[in-house]
Design a protein around this ligand. Structure first.
Ligand SMILES: CC(C)(COP(=O)(O)OP(=O)(O)OC[C@H]1O[C@@H](n2cnc3c(N)ncnc32)[C@H](O)[C@@H]1OP(=O)(O)O)[C@@H](O)C(=O)NCCC(=O)NCCS
Length: 210
């Protein structure tokens, strides 16, 4: 009996004496470190990343990648699972309409597409869209490689003067990435997205090439 009481009171005493405040601060510091090192995990992957064009004949592979993307972290993509179901390949296998894939050991880890506007009066510009890196590959510079390659490729098309994109306003990660490459915000569309009864605003960004 007594032993039990001593045991409980010792535990209560220890509980009161424990430096919870310090412990909570330390935990927060460790958490910050983890976030930073995950982000600054821009350290290299063990395997080099290979950027290759994904062609329309690879529709099945592309769609499978998007299906997984949408189920793991699709909140920042405009496309939904039902959009994805019957959608054709997004680009036309041309130097002004193409999709790039980032491969690690032949595993597709990220994608991004670019397409010139179809209408004649808008054809001096194009849209960057559906940029996605699988969660397990993030923080290693893959999006930077994809975006760098897209810009390089688009620059070779001499009559394309600007790349536009649309990004959900609170997608800080993606916006930082785009700003790094010189994209500038030129507007915001309020309530641009309505999904699950909630509204989201989108920022419009542009990179002028010439
Ligand atoms: C946004 C996304 C493509 C970034 O992919 P990633 O391969 O992890 O990005 P990178 O490692 O190349 O990092 C590129 C830059 O993005 C920013 N970034 C990446 N991760 C970040 C994080 N956790 N916090 C803040 N910024 C971050 C940084 O500016 C970083 O550059 P830096 O490492 O030189 O600081 C990826 O998170 C993703 O697929 N998100 C979901 C889909 C999405 O939001 N797509 C964009 C739609 S417009």
């Amino acid at each position: 009996m007594n032993q039990g009481k001593v045991g409980v009171s010792t535990f209560v005493h220890l509980l009161k004496a424990w430096p919870w405040a310090n412990w909570t601060q330390e935990l927060a510091a460790v958490r910050m470190l983890c976030i930073r090192s995950h982000h600054k995990g821009s350290s290299k992957l063990n395997e080099p990343i290979e950027i290759r064009e994904i062609l329309s004949t690879q529709l099945k592979e592309y769609k499978m990648f998007l299906t997984t993307a949408l189920s793991e972290d699709g909140g920042n993509l405009i496309v939904t699972s039902s959009d994805n179901l019957n959608a054709p390949f997004p680009t036309k296998d041309r130097n002004d309409s193409f999709t790039l894939g980032a491969y690690s050991k032949n595993v597709l880890a990220g994608v991004a597409s670019f397409a010139r506007e179809d209408k004649e009066k808008l054809s001096h510009k194009g849209l960057l869209f559906t940029m996605y890196v699988s969660t397990g590959f993030r923080g290693h510079g893959i999006a930077k490689q994809l975006l760098g390659e897209i810009i390089k490729k688009v620059k070779t098309v001499l009559d394309i003067e600007q790349i536009n994109l649309i990004v959900i306003s609170d997608n800080v990660r993606a916006k930082r990435l785009y700003e790094k490459f010189g994209f500038k915000k030129y507007g915001t569309e309020l309530n641009s997205i309505k999904w699950d009864g909630k509204y989201f605003s989108e920022d419009l960004m542009v990179l002028r090439l010439r």
